[in-house]
Design a protein around this ligand. Structure first.
Ligand SMILES: Cc1cc2nc3c(=O)[nH]c(=O)nc-3n(C[C@H](O)[C@H](O)[C@H](O)COP(=O)(O)OP(=O)(O)OC[C@H]3O[C@@H](n4cnc5c(N)ncnc54)[C@H](O)[C@@H]3O)c2cc1C
Length: 498
């Protein structure tokens, strides 16, 4: 079996993997790196998801890269434009040439003695095994299972004569023109897919067990468009990015601090959009407070428009059973359907399903603490790019890339070969990594790393705070242990599985 060595291996060529490539090239030019990607295309999420209307639900000034301005007039962008942007970024900086496509990373194992990772991959097409080595492993593998989404067991599903499809498995062959469509779910995917399918379907029903907060926002940022007439794109991108960061953080703070007022504000806007006769209390008033789950954004209020036009409707009820011709609800009502879209969410997955061992022992990540939301207690020379739940993904991912590069340069300068976050006796777990009540998080949060009571073990989900602690904060602290090659003071004790 052929073996190759790189200073850094990045796993995943989505938004984060391309950001990692950019930062490594810009800030650590002396380091060799490669990106291992299991698919045959880059773009990750934005290449995988092909359902009708696929788009961002945050603005592209914060979801885009700070180093490459977003110039499309649409601030809430469609999937193909985002994919094109990620592809163009990779091509412009030559990052695409660093990607090894079709390499599915299966297992990684760290040796303290050799101060390196061994990375075992399988060719996606042939299953052929390959082995790589690296000193630092940068996981940019996203947060969900690429093989399948989450579909609950629907009673009677076998009886149904139409098709049931999960948005993650959407294909262009699915024809819904003039068909009766039921979309199960009320999350970001459901509110995206419903107005788009309503344009050609006979009718689209959004069937939800309970509502989600839905907020309308302009698809285009007029202020940004005006600014671009007399300011360079880079400057406009930076100005709008910061404006959106600040407004987003203030709105999040307002929702958490004054939940009743936030609720009244959001529901007031829905009432204004839907008119006085619509049952907003039943269909758009969630059981939880604003920002206890991710909010759904609808560009130009397209969902509200389709409902008002009668091409789409919302039903808030529970499924009793599928029938031959549709879905029977607890209330006794029956929804006729030719096609059912199960917009029931993702299956969360840590590190792209990769098995991790440290000095021969399997790591159980549910027993680890996150360090600055970037590394894990007891796991040397590994970082994970993961975004915010309450703001655009790329904001945190970009800070993580800056941190990794600073760390690599610091280690090179001081002659360190390894670094490992090491919780002390008082650094105990105080809760799950994410405090959202969303079903997709609650289903798998137990298998995810935990967070501690205070920095650096606490994950604040706060961009401005993270700038100081992650991007500029001191690299040497009581929790991060450094070691030299071949085996320095570093102890190899990762939390292990059963
Ligand atoms: C439908 C949808 C819409 C979203 N919209 C937004 C939004 O508007 N705003 C926002 O902030 N966030 C959004 N998100 C979250 C979104 O996933 C991130 O914004 C971002 O695209 C994640 O980028 P990433 O590169 O970290 O991960 P991904 O896009 O998931 O890419 C991970 C890459 O790693 C590869 N990979 C995984 N495991 C392995 C392995 N074992 N071996 C090799 N390769 C591997 C995958 O094939 C993939 O290419 C959305 C998510 C979804 C699913």
């Amino acid at each position: 079996m052929s073996e190759e060595h790189f200073d850094v291996l990045v796993v995943g060529a989505g938004i984060s993997g391309i950001a990692a490539g950019y930062h490594l090239q810009a800030s650590c030019p002396g380091r060799s790196y490669a990106i291992l990607e299991r698919r045959e295309q880059l773009g990750g999420t934005w290449d995988l998801f092909r359902y009708p209307g696929i788009r961002s639900d945050s603005d592209m000034y914060t979801l885009g890269y700070p180093f490459r301005p977003w110039t499309d007039p649409k601030a809430i962008a469609d999937g193909p434009s985002i994919l094109e942007y990620v592809n163009a970024t990779a091509a412009e900086y030559g990052i695409d040439r660093k990607i090894r496509f079709g390499h599915h990373v299966k297992r990684v194992s760290w040796s303290t003695e050799a101060a390196r990772w061994t990375v075992e991959t399988e060719r996606t097409d042939t299953g052929e095994p390959r082995r790589f080595h690296c000193n630092f492993l940068f996981m940019c593998s996203g947060y969900y299972d690429y093989d399948e989404g989450y579909t609950p067991e629907f009673p009677g599903a076998d009886e149904f004569r139409g098709a049931i499809v999960h948005p993650q498995k959407w294909s262009e062959e699915i024809d819904y023109a003039q068909k009766r469509v039921v979309v199960i779910g009320s999350g970001a995917t459901a509110v995206t897919i419903v107005p788009e399918m309503a344009k050609t379907a006979a009718h689209v029903t959004m069937l939800q067990r309970s509502p989600t907060y839905v907020v309308a926002a302009p698809a285009e940022d007029r202020f940004a468009i005006r600014l671009r007439r007399f300011l360079p794109s880079r400057l406009v991108h930076a100005i709008i990015r910061w404006r959106n960061v600040i407004l987003g953080a203030l709105f999040f703070w307002f929702c958490r601090r004054y939940p009743e007022r936030a609720k009244a504000f959001i529901l007031g806007r829905v009432r204004r959009a839907m008119g006085p006769d619509y049952d907003v209390a039943r269909h758009f008033t969630p059981r939880y407070n604003p920002w206890q789950q991710r909010m759904c954004l609808v560009p130009n209020g397209d969902l509200f428009d389709e409902i008002k036009a009668g091409r789409a409707s919302v039903v808030t009820d529970e499924i009793e059973t599928f029938t031959e011709h549709g879905i029977r609800l607890r209330s006794g009502e029956e929804l006729a359907a030719d096609l059912v879209v199960s917009a029931t969410g993702l299956k969360l997955q840590m590190l792209g399903g990769v098995e991790v061992a440290v000095d021969g022992k399997q790591v159980d990540f549910s027993k680890t603490l996150t360090y600055k939301g970037v590394m894990f207690g007891g796991v040397p020379n590994m970082a994970l790019a993961v975004g915010y739940t309450n703001a655009s993904w790329t904001l945190k991912c970009d800070l993580t890339c800056e941190y990794v590069c600073r760390l690599l340069n610091h280690m090179a300068k001081r002659g360190y070969a390894q670094c490992c976050p090491r919780p002390g006796d008082g650094d105990v777990e105080v809760g799950p990594l994410l405090d959202f009540t969303s079903g997709y998080i609650q289903r798998s949060i137990d298998s995810f790393p935990k967070q501690g009571a205070q920095a650096p073990w606490r994950s604040y989900q706060n961009y401005v705070l993270d700038i100081w602690t992650v991007a500029y904060g001191s690299l040497e602290d009581r929790a991060l242990e450094f070691g030299r090659q071949p085996s320095g003071p570093l102890r190899a004790e990762a939390p292990t599985g059963p």
